[in-house]
Design a protein around this ligand. Structure first.
Ligand code: S6P
Ligand code: ZN
Length: 183
């Protein structure tokens, strides 16, 4: 395909806003109905916003976006993103955390799980085949920049049905990763 024109976007590390910012997706707790162990009190509360850089979603391009995940909990569980496998399973991704703190939960289809810290300056590599979910364990927004192969796509259904093998809850001494009682 014909070359694209080179371009740049400006990223606000504190808010995740882009300039320009043509494609913004807002997720409320209502969109996470059934994802938490406890019931959601207020479905209208904002959970996260995704700001996408506009590029054709093809295998020769790199898509990128910022995610701004609010602090908060449902029951003992910290707010998280839905989480997904890529529709094309082997497509990899990199997350660079810009502000806040959290955990990146990754799981294979067979249930093997790896959890990695997210904080400013850490670049997490998510290899293909690993479902991924970000969890905000802090008290400020968790903001990260994701770069991924353009045709990766999304498979949300597997996670929507089964969840992840682990949950991240507030324990006596901070965040704890525990087996998901509903997995
Ligand atoms: C896309 C990448 C992120 C997430 C975003 C929201 O491959 O992993 O941009 O889409 O963090 O999470 P989710 O699970 O709702 O798409
Ligand atoms: Zn992804």
């Amino acid at each position: 395909s014909a070359p694209l024109e080179p371009f740049a976007v400006t990223i606000d590390f504190a808010t995740g806003a882009l300039v320009p910012d043509p494609d913004v997706l807002d997720r409320r707790l209502a969109d996470l109905d059934g994802y938490f162990v406890a019931d959601i009190d207020d479905p209208g509360v904002g959970a996260y916003t995704v700001h996408e850089v506009r590029v054709p979603p093809t295998g020769n391009n790199l898509l990128s976006s910022t995610t701004v995940l609010a602090p908060g909990k449902v029951g003992d569980e910290y707010f998280f993103t839905k989480g997904h496998f890529h529709a094309i399973r082997d497509r990899a991704e990199i997350y660079l955390t810009l502000s806040g703190e959290g955990l990146l939960v990754m799981a294979l289809e067979d249930g093997r799980t790896v959890t990695k810290e997210m904080r400013p300056g850490i670049a997490n590599y998510v290899p293909g085949h690993w479902a991924h979910r970000s969890v905000n364990t802090g008290t400020t927004p968790l903001v990260f920049y994701a770069v991924y192969i353009g045709d990766a796509g999304y498979d949300y259904a597997t996670i929507a049905e089964r969840g992840f093998p682990v949950i991240v809850v507030e324990g006596e001494e901070g965040p704890e990763v525990r087996p998901n009682p509903r997995y």
